[in-house]
Design a protein around this ligand. Structure first.
Ligand SMILES: *Cc1c(COP(=O)(O)O)cnc(C)c1O
Length: 486
């Protein structure tokens, strides 16, 4: 056994072989372009080769090799190449979202419209007028690029944008309420997910939280009785990810505004997902729009750029000019400021909203939210047909493919109760198949690109709502890889 170790190729030999390898044919005789060393940093390749050789040493110790020929560079090369290619992939990468959750917080929330993607690429690759006023040739403001659009779309007097909505809430409270009290209904002190709790962010801002009402019911008199000389504002939080039903009461914004006005207090509303359009006609009622919030009298409104809006991660703040100007001057603004690529994507997305039909046609989040059941059924049938025809496991009956009814979700805390009817492609490994449903789900997480799907009623379910039809062949490919038929 000890002599076997000596026959292992040297690291440098391995690296030279990889460097010389500019392309091969895979089993199906397709060219595989993998000049491994051309785009991957050499130290990374070297580490991976070392790791691979250590793995082989373990195998020698375990008695996996009978003779030295199996340890030649030529013999080990295909496995080594696969190991290096796998390990050299960036950690952060594309996945196929077959979960049917449109604004999936763990998978990047919203996809950008093509116009926004183009704007990001332009801003990233070139110098821009980010903070340069082309009319005067002097320093300009980065917020100017989207402020007019935000005002037009929400009816607000002024607006600015920060890094995300949590930052928006933080800076609004820091500006208006630091060291003073902000009155909030107890029923609105929600946890959004990823351990983001509204009361904790509020506390970080230095505002003192005055909770009023009971968990299920808050009355106007609760707000009124809580007002003291220390009161700086009223705040309303949209309880994004849950709904209270039964014996519940929240004070409507317009009533809160009337009370606030008599005491000269501002009303802040955190809308969370913050839509710019209504989706009642699409079977998605209930989420207030930013324009409605402004019209009902909110002095400042905050919402996310990448939830239902379907743009980049951003925290949008709109409201009364005097308040927005104070927020712009807050030193925290520098720490929370939005970057140029985000700004480019946001402007491109907001422009689409100037024509709501254009936005509905171009913003992927809106397209996916509003897909009709008829089109989803057609997509499911197409995908199921492709798998049945092209997956050997289906052809020989080891995997059953069917289309069934199901439910998708908007996600991102928006429309929490809405069941979006969909058609699912259900995959069922038959009795005796080498892999069960959970094994298949797991194996699909390791494919290239990984495919994320859910198990429901004993089947692996693919929801076409969150898959573009151009991704169907990638789904087929992922299943081939997972089932060991690549
Ligand atoms: C999602 C959400 C936030 C946080 O927004 P991010 O853009 O994730 O920072 C804040 N408030 C509410 C009500 C939310 O739904």
């Amino acid at each position: 056994m000890t002599t076997l170790f000596r026959h292992l190729p040297a690291v440098d030999q391995c690296l030279a072989a990889l460097a010389a390898d500019t392309g091969r044919l895979d089993k199906a005789l397709r060219p595989v372009l993998h000049p491994v060393l051309h785009s991957v940093p050499r130290p990374l390749v070297k580490d991976l080769v070392n790791e691979f050789l250590n793995l082989v040493r373990e195998e020698i110790r375990a008695g996996a090799f009978a003779d030295e020929a199996q340890l030649s560079l030529a013999a080990l090369y295909p496995r080594m190449l696969a190991y290096v290619r796998q390990g050299a992939k960036p950690r952060f990468r594309r996945v196929l979202n077959a979960t049917g959750v449109v604004v999936h917080t763990n998978m990047g929330r919203s996809l950008l419209a093509p116009e926004a993607v183009a704007a990001v690429s332009e801003a990233a690759a070139h110098y821009s007028n980010l903070e340069f006023d082309l009319a005067t040739g002097e320093r300009g403001s980065r917020y100017a690029h989207v402020e007019a659009l935000l005002c037009r779309l929400t009816g607000a007097e002024a607006g600015l944008v920060v890094n995300n909505n949590a930052a928006a809430v933080l800076i609004v409270l820091d500006t208006l309420c630091q060291g003073r009290e902000v009155i909030v209904s107890r029923g609105q002190l929600v946890e959004i997910g990823g351990s983001f709790r509204i009361p904790e962010v509020m506390a970080k801002s230095g505002a003192i939280l005055r909770e009023v009402g009971a968990t299920n019911r808050t009355h106007l008199r609760d707000y009124e009785q809580a007002i003291t000389l220390e009161t700086a504002a009223f705040m309303k939080v949209h309880t994004s990810n849950f709904r209270q039903v039964g014996f519940v009461k929240e004070v409507p914004l317009c009533e809160l505004k009337t009370l606030a006005a008599t005491f000269g207090l501002p009303v802040i509303e955190d809308l969370g997902s913050g839509s710019l359009l209504r989706f009642d006609a699409d079977g998605l009622p209930g989420e207030p729009t930013a324009a409605e919030s402004i019209a009902e009298g909110a002095d400042v409104v905050t919402f996310s750029g990448d939830k239902v809006l379907g743009g980049p991660q951003a925290g949008i703040i709109v409201g009364r000019r005097e308040i927005i100007e104070r927020i712009k001057k807050n030193p925290l603004n520098r720490a929370l400021r939005i970057d140029k690529m985000t700004l480019a994507a946001l402007e491109a997305t907001l422009r689409l909203y100037l024509d709501p039909e254009l936005a509905r046609g171009r913003v992927p989040t809106l397209c996916m939210m509003t897909r009709t059941l008829t089109s989803l059924r057609a997509q499911a049938a197409r995908l199921a047909g492709l798998l049945k025809k092209r997956l050997p496991w289906c052809l020989d009956g080891r995997l059953e493919v069917s289309v069934r009814r199901g439910v998708s979700r908007v996600g991102g805390g928006a429309f929490p109760e809405a069941d979006l009817p969909t058609a699912l492609v259900a995959l069922n490994p038959r009795e005796g198949a080498p892999m069960n449903v959970d094994g298949l789900r797991q194996a699909l997480l390791a494919t290239d690109p990984p495919l994320v799907a859910r198990v429901e009623d004993g089947a692996l379910c693919l929801d076409p709502r969150t898959l573009d039809s151009s991704e169907h062949t990638l789904v087929l490919d992922a299943l081939r890889q997972a089932l060991g038929e690549s």
